[in-house]
Design a protein around this ligand. Structure first.
Ligand code: UDP
Ligand code: LCN
Length: 798
């Protein structure tokens, strides 16, 4: 067996002392306390160039695994990532070059001392959830991460049916449990033991076998009722018989596959509460604030898809008299600036019954907060909001919901409070965990606190992700990253908030609670440019005027003097991380790209005074500067306005008609709805290689990746694409078709809803029949909430 890396490093350091010393020296010479992966690999690369012997060395291996390093005058600490969520920490003495392993706590402690300059022995609270889940089955392979439900079904089925009788009895209890609106479903309490259940199933099968498959439930309901069967098994004889056959199989020879199919048929989810507290949540005129982008789009589409799937299943179960209930709970904002954010209840268009329920934030004195608040400022109001929202929700639904879905850090925290209180299954959706978005947001949380309050946010994240019954992510990377970058959830494993607490085991991404369920693009809005019969032709004159018009001023800058060139299109909120200014800079500095295409930017406001956000204003001013600096007013059209969905949808196709392309240049993008929208429109798409788009697009097949840190290369790649499109007939169409096929295969709301509701059933079932309740963790988290989160939130004042 190959010796351990640390042993090989030790002998390498002895045998090649000078090479090793040179690297250490060059790292120290950077004169930084914390080194990112790129700095370490760059330092190594420059040295390896002039030393042919080094590339296969243990040192090269360590550099390849190293995610970050911390240095002081005496020590270099390294964090090596051997595999997804498999970390090792080492330290090297800079003089003696001795190497030794250290544990996560010691590594974090070193970082804390560097970051704060505080003394060595300060006691720090350590957060560690690992001991609570020792008994919990865990995935073994990194490849299976994100498919927790399959694993859980496999492991827990065998555990549940360890003795066939025991498992069957639990199942019997479970089937007698279901009720909706005071009505018993599935099994009546008359079926008291397994023998009666088996007999009843046999008799029912006999009876159903003599009926036509299409005979409706009502026609034979009294006869099944007499055997102890209540509604919920199916809408017709064929389906009822099938469902019962699944149960008989389960009772005789249980298998995970039958388990999942059977659970998917049980009527368990009639009402769903979706939480998105921070507000400015509505159906029109709300997008584009620094805080409201894809999350709002996602939730509205999700709700429609969930309702449709719930209705379909209820019909199949023979329960179509029951109306599925989906309620989005958000903040009521009295000063709504012409939006509907001040309405208590708003019906969701495109659904039958789904609605938005708004509940105001109140301060300590109980007064309603009148104005919009940034998502970074909501923390002190959430606890009270959870109580008020729960009361209003119960009144609205006339009972508890069957599933609570949290969105974003604040929604997930409120979902946690509510789900615990009501004893309901909880699902978390992060959308974007801010921790990996902002460099050193953990280590230097105090310095950023005035604006971001990351202390509150990361504490809330830890609580919510550990409390959730299951977590849905849009991509694999969101959980586990890639071979050389860490995942967003993975970043919560080990980190420190100096002066507050240190996290040594914050989450375990091998826990089967994680599932990838990707969102889609609304097919009514984002459809291929070639579907001429569906196109919104009446919008074209307006779009023409908007893109090629000569008017500039409050919301437009730049006039395209050569309108025949293809358009390179981008559209995003104007956060720094979206890197719109980066794109304009690449474009401005690349003569060939400028010669080939025009750039169309839909982002932010052209007038800085129109923005209420510092970060956005700074980006706006920078964009003006770039336009001036590169003289872009004849080649770039910048529209500082927010397009309604219909116009945005038609604009993607308008750009496709002219054989253009879409660019998403973000420094990091958690998922990136615009990417799938553009692809669904048949518009070739270039998107950042950091975050979701890396997974969405297969480079060169269904679009392209660009590296936002190498703008020159990105611009060259864009220019090369347009050059090839001119030369090679069919190339543009091939990439366009590749994007369409990819979205069709992976990113649809229908698939999402089907998956999501199956997960809700499966996790709900396992929570009931096994020890997934995790009471010990819950108690620990309550303590953490009370002793850490509350004081932090209250300190923000309310
Ligand atoms: N959007 C829009 N009009 C605009 C700007 C954006 O409809 O003027 C929509 C866009 O189509 C997408 C969402 O806002 O659906 C942005 O989502 P994305 O995931 O790309 O980014 P986020 O803003 O959530 O970070
Ligand atoms: C938030 C983001 O930042 C985007 O990357 C996602 O696409 C959006 O939410 C929807 O999940």
């Amino acid at each position: 067996m190959k010796p351990r890396l640390i042993d090989r490093l030790r002998s390498y350091f002895q045998d090649h002392r000078s090479d090793a010393h040179r690297l250490l020296h060059s790292l120290v010479a950077l004169d930084r306390q914390f080194l990112l992966r790129s700095a370490i690999t760059d330092a190594y690369a420059s040295q390896a160039d002039d030393d042919a012997g080094m590339p296969d060395s243990p040192l090269a291996e360590a550099v390849a695994l190293c995610q970050e390093a911390a240095v002081n005058h005496a020590w270099l600490y390294l964090a090596l990532r051997h595999n997804v969520a498999r970390w090792q920490y080492l330290r090297v003495h800079l003089e003696t070059m001795d190497i030794e392993p250290v544990d996560a706590a010691a590594y974090l402690h070193f970082k804390e001392r560097l970051a704060t300059g505080a003394d060595e022995d300060a006691w720090t609270l350590e957060f560690d959830v690992a001991p609570f889940s020792r008994e919990m089955p865990k995935l073994q392979e990194a490849d299976s991460i994100g498919n927790g439900v399959r694993f859980l079904n496999r492991r827990l089925s065998s555990r549940l049916f360890e003795t066939l009788e025991g498992g069957a009895l639990r199942m019997l209890d479970f089937l007698r449990l279901h009720r909706c609106q005071e009505r018993q479903l599935m099994l009546s309490s008359d079926v008291g033991d397994l023998d009666s259940l088996r007999t009843a199933l046999r008799q029912a099968d006999h009876l159903l076998g003599r009926l036509p498959g299409a005979a409706l439930w009502e026609q034979f309901a009294p006869r099944l009722r007499a055997l102890g069967f209540e509604p919920g098994w199916g809408n017709d004889a064929g389906r009822v018989r099938e469902t019962m056959a699944m149960l008989r199989d389960l009772l005789e020879a249980p298998s995970p596959a039958i388990m999942e199919s059977f659970l998917a048929r049980i009527p368990m989810i009639f009402s769903v509460a979706v939480l998105s507290p921070h507000g400015w949540f509505g159906q029109s005129n709300v997008l584009g604030r620094p805080d409201t982008g894809g999350q709002v789009v996602y939730i509205l589409d999700q709700v429609r898809a969930l309702e449709a799937d719930m209705r379909r299943r209820l019909a199949e179960q023979g329960l179509d008299a029951i109306e599925p209930q989906v309620v989005v709970i958000t903040r009521l904002i009295p000063e709504a600036e012409g939006t509907t954010c001040d309405q208590r209840v708003e019906a969701i268009a495109g659904s039958s019954h789904a609605r938005i329920l708004r509940v105001p934030f109140r301060n300590a004195a109980g007064e309603v907060l009148p104005n919009w608040l940034s998502r970074f400022e909501v923390w002190p109001y959430l606890e009270r909001f959870a109580v008020d929202a729960e009361r209003d929700l119960l009144a609205e639904l006339h009972g508890r919901p069957d599933l609570i879905i949290g969105n974003y850090s604040d929604g997930n925290l409120v979902a946690t409070l509510m789900a615990q209180h009501l004893g309901v299954t909880q699902c978390n959706i992060a959308h974007a965990l801010e921790k990996t978005k902002y460099l050193y947001s953990d280590l230097y949380w105090r310095d950023m606190d005035a604006h971001y309050h990351f202390g509150c946010q990361f504490t809330a994240d830890l609580i919510a992700m550990n409390a959730a019954d299951f977590i849905i992510t849009s991509t694999y990377q969101e959980i586990a990253g890639t071979a050389d970058s860490l995942g967003q959830y993975e970043s919560y494993m080990t980190f420190t908030l100096p002066g507050l607490y240190r996290v040594v085991n914050g989450t375990d991404i091998y826990d089967p609670k994680f599932n990838i369920v990707s969102p889609g693009a609304d097919p009514d809005i984002y459809f291929p440019y070639e579907r001429s019969e569906r196109r919104l032709g009446h919008l074209h004159p307006g779009i023409e005027a908007m893109v090629f018009g000569a008017e500039t001023g409050a919301d437009a800058r730049g006039v395209l003097v050569e309108p025949d060139k293809p358009l390179l299109f981008t559209m995003a909120r104007m956060d720094r991380i979206k890197n719109i200014t980066g794109l304009v800079e690449w474009y401005g500095s690349h003569a060939e790209l400028r010669a080939r295409v025009n750039l169309l930017v839909v982002a932010g406001h052209v007038d800085p005074a129109a923005s209420g956000d510092d970060e956005e204003r700074e980006q706006i001013l920078h964009l003006h500067h770039l336009m001036d600096h590169f003289g872009l007013d004849g080649e770039v059209r910048w529209l500082g306005r927010h397009l309604d969905k219909a116009t945005a949808g038609e604009l993607y196709r308008f750009v496709a008609d002219r054989r253009g392309a879409f660019v998403q240049p973000a420094l990091f993008e958690a998922f990136g709805l615009t990417v799938i929208e553009a692809m669904a429109s048949g518009l070739p798409t270039f998107a950042t290689c950091f975050g979701g788009p890396l997974e969405i697009i297969e480079d060169g097949v269904s679009g392209f990746h660009v590296d936002p840190n190498h703008g020159d290369e990105a611009a060259a790649k864009l220019a090369a694409f347009f050059a090839r499109c001119r030369e090679e007939e069919g190339y543009w169409q091939a990439i366009s078709a590749g994007g369409l096929a990819r979205v069709e295969a992976r990113y649809t709301w229908q698939r999402y809803a089907e998956r999501m509701l199956t997960l809700a059933r499966v996790y709900g079932f396992w929570k009931y029949v096994s020890d997934l309740e995790r009471t010990e963790t819950r108690r620990y988290l309550e303590m953490f909430y009370g002793l850490q989160f509350r004081p932090l939130a209250l300190a923000l004042g309310h």
